[in-house]
Design a protein around this ligand. Sequence first.
Ligand SMILES: [Fe+2]
Length: 142
Amino acid sequence: MSNPEKLKWSNILSIGNQAIDNDHAELLSIFNQLVDLTNKEGSRSEFAEILSRMTDYARQHFKKEEAYMEKFAYPNLSEHKKSHQTYIQTVANYNLSFLRNQKPDPIALLMFIESWWTNHILHADSMFERYKNGINAEVNYK
Ligand SMILES: [Fe+2]
């Protein structure tokens, strides 16, 4: 398997909502620290620390995003929440095998994280933004 590549924030990833974009850009920058560590074969504890920082941030972000979607009575909310849960569950399973010392493959995890976020932003989050713009209501994301 080739080495994971850093993700560069670009307009392609923008869903057109500054506040949500900022969260996504922060998640990408934490992800890139994981890529750096893996490429220079950093220690397991450093990797675990950054991964848990990323998971904490993701949880916080999902919570805010779901609350925001709720305010718009977003009809795909339960499907969207399931997608968030799959992400958290997959990363948690990885953590578990990490704690059990089963030497999980960090590259496989990074590949999952990279494709999950890219797909999720480009499809699920963008779909919500299109819905929101369609109903044209003003609600703050905080
Ligand atoms: Fe989302």
